[in-house]
Design a protein around this ligand. Structure first.
Ligand SMILES: Cc1cc2nc3c(=O)[nH]c(=O)nc-3n(C[C@H](O)[C@H](O)[C@H](O)COP(=O)(O)OP(=O)(O)OC[C@H]3O[C@@H](n4cnc5c(N)ncnc54)[C@H](O)[C@@H]3O)c2cc1C
Length: 469
């Protein structure tokens, strides 16, 4: 039997999940990772940010407790020890990385700590990958029947706002501060910017969020981002909409942000959250003939193939959808395909996504924009959670459930949840979209009373009157 040799470049969710699948299918697998197992997702992006948000949620628990008849001393009585919070974040990330490395090694995967790029040439059906080990040992070339490129992405930098690691920071540097910022200016109001702005605000930090668009989270559901923006403002966040940041200067003990219209905003620290760029520049892709789209993203089809036979790509380096869950699925699909297993192409229609602000915003399936532009014919309903008994008990206002269904059949095609723990509440809608359930089926499900999920069934009930034809 000929054993397939798989080389995976990058050990994030795309790379390590692919490696586990390939090992399970008896391939000889090598993962080459420049940093640590779990990749940027585990070491500097997703896991640390959610661990940080977990600390901010603890502080949130002390907000407005008097309404519940509990005197906890108010937020002023809460002291956040920044270094303890950041140490916990980093410890948790390293522990998760170690768990993943152990799992890979137990599965028989060879894990090399080092930098990789495509080798000089193909040898018949064999690809070559050049590896520079991080421990300074001699460079080597590894041969593979198939290669997975899973190199992720890096924070985008602006030439006039270069991070110095002290006052001007990327989200990967912020956990090295030894205090909480007094006044944090967050540049960029996409998902990452909004999550950090929300968490630091909860921690008692003065926050200014600079958004180049007319609302925060411009790519999310407009009703949802409007609610969240209102909550942010109500809690005292300064939000500068339609404000493009041109320059950020460190003044030694603070920062000055210069906006395109000449206004200046001052604060103690600046967090740059203006997107990411794919890590594809130093992989030797041009020489190997691997097609790369403008912006540096590797072009793939729905089974993760590039244009070069035997070379696959997955995760943030492909620009398909920057989510750990999607990266992992792209990686698994690549290996199932490369190793001759039955495989379904990547489907994005039932991918659930969540913004971990307070409140959270979760979405799945078709969007309001799809419906409004006529791309998807659908009926919709938006049920406010203000009438939900559980939301009242928990003192939560302003949330909602939105549901989209096909006009005649009532098939559920999408939904939006704005609520605490929306990330957990979106699952029934995601299952409905994935499994082609109708609003009637969802409406007939007996839900817990009292529960927020009861409002999901309520939304389905409101959509039960179908238009005919
Ligand atoms: C702040 C933040 C929060 C996020 N939160 C969430 C979330 O809550 N949920 C969610 O689903 N997604 C979240 N994401 C997105 C998620 O982190 C990414 O989609 C995910 O990391 C993509 O995985 P990946 O395997 O493609 O790449 P990565 O996780 O970036 O891993 C790629 C790895 O490849 C390595 N590498 C690069 N080049 C080479 C080379 N030449 N040789 C060897 N190794 C190399 C890098 O060192 C890196 O470790 C978040 C992103 C950010 C920025």
């Amino acid at each position: 039997m000929v054993v397939a040799r798989i080389v995976v470049i990058g050990g994030g969710p795309a790379g390590y999940e692919a490696a586990l699948v390939a090992a399970q299918l008896d391939a000889e697998v090598t993962v080459i990772e420049a940093d640590g197992a779990g990749g940027a997702c585990v070491l500097s992006d997703c896991v640390p940010s959610k661990a940080f948000i977990a600390s901010s949620d603890v502080v949130t628990g002390y907000r407005d407790t008097e309404r519940f008849g509990v005197d906890a001393g108010g937020l002023d009585a809460v002291t956040v020890h920044a270094t303890a919070v950041y140490d916990r974040v980093k410890r948790l990330a390293l522990a998760q990385s170690a768990d993943i490395q152990t799992k890979l090694i137990k599965s028989g995967v060879t894990f090399i700590h080092g930098h990789a790029r495509m080798g000089a040439a193909t040898l018949g059906h064999t690809h070559t990958v050049d590896v520079t080990p991080a421990d300074g040992s001699a460079p080597m070339t590894v041969e593979a029947t198939a290669v997975l490129l899973a190199t992720g992405a890096t924070p985008r930098l602006l030439p006039d706002a270069m991070p110095d690691g002290e006052r001007i920071l990327t989200w990967r540097q912020i956990y090295d501060l030894d205090t909480l910022p007094e006044h944090l200016i967050v540049i960029g109001s996409g998902v990452t910017g909004a999550e950090f702005a929300s968490a630091y605000l909860a921690m008692g930090v003065e926050v200014t969020l600079v958004s180049s668009r007319d609302r925060v989270m411009p790519h999310e559901d407009a009703d949802a981002s409007t609610v969240i923006e209102r909550v942010f403002r109500g809690r005292g966040m300064h939000i500068l909409n339609n404000s493009r940041a041109d320059k950020v200067r460190s003044t030694g003990d603070g920062v000055t942000v210069v906006l395109a219209d000449g206004r200046e905003v001052t604060g103690s620290h600046d967090l740059m959250a203006v997107g990411s760029i794919p890590n594809t520049g130093s992989l030797g892709l041009d020489d190997y003939g691997v097609a790369v789209a403008p912006g540096g993203y590797i072009t793939t089809d729905r089974v993760s193939r590039t244009n070069v036979p035997g070379i696959y790509a997955a995760g943030d380096c492909t620009g398909v959808l920057p989510l750990a869950s999607v990266a992992a699925m792209q990686g698994r699909i690549a290996m199932w395909h490369a190793l001759g297993e039955a495989v379904s192409p990547l489907k994005l229609k039932s991918v659930a996504a969540n913004v971990f602000t307070d409140p959270e915003l979760a979405t799945v399936g078709v969007s309001q924009a799809d419906v409004d532009t006529g791309r998807v014919p659908a009926r919709q309903v938006m049920v406010s959670l203000d009438g939900n008994a559980r939301a009242k008990m928990e003192g939560f206002e302003g949330g909602f459930i939105k549901l989209f269904c096909r006009p005649a059949s009532g098939l559920i095609v999408g939904g939006v949840v704005v609520a605490p723990r929306a990330s957990e509440l979106i699952l029934p809608i995601a299952m409905a979209v994935e499994n082609h359930l109708t609003v009637d089926q969802l409406a007939h499900t007996i839900t817990i009373y009292p529960s927020i999920s009861g409002s999901i069934a309520e939304a389905a009930r409101q959509l039960m009157i179908h238009e005919l034809g």
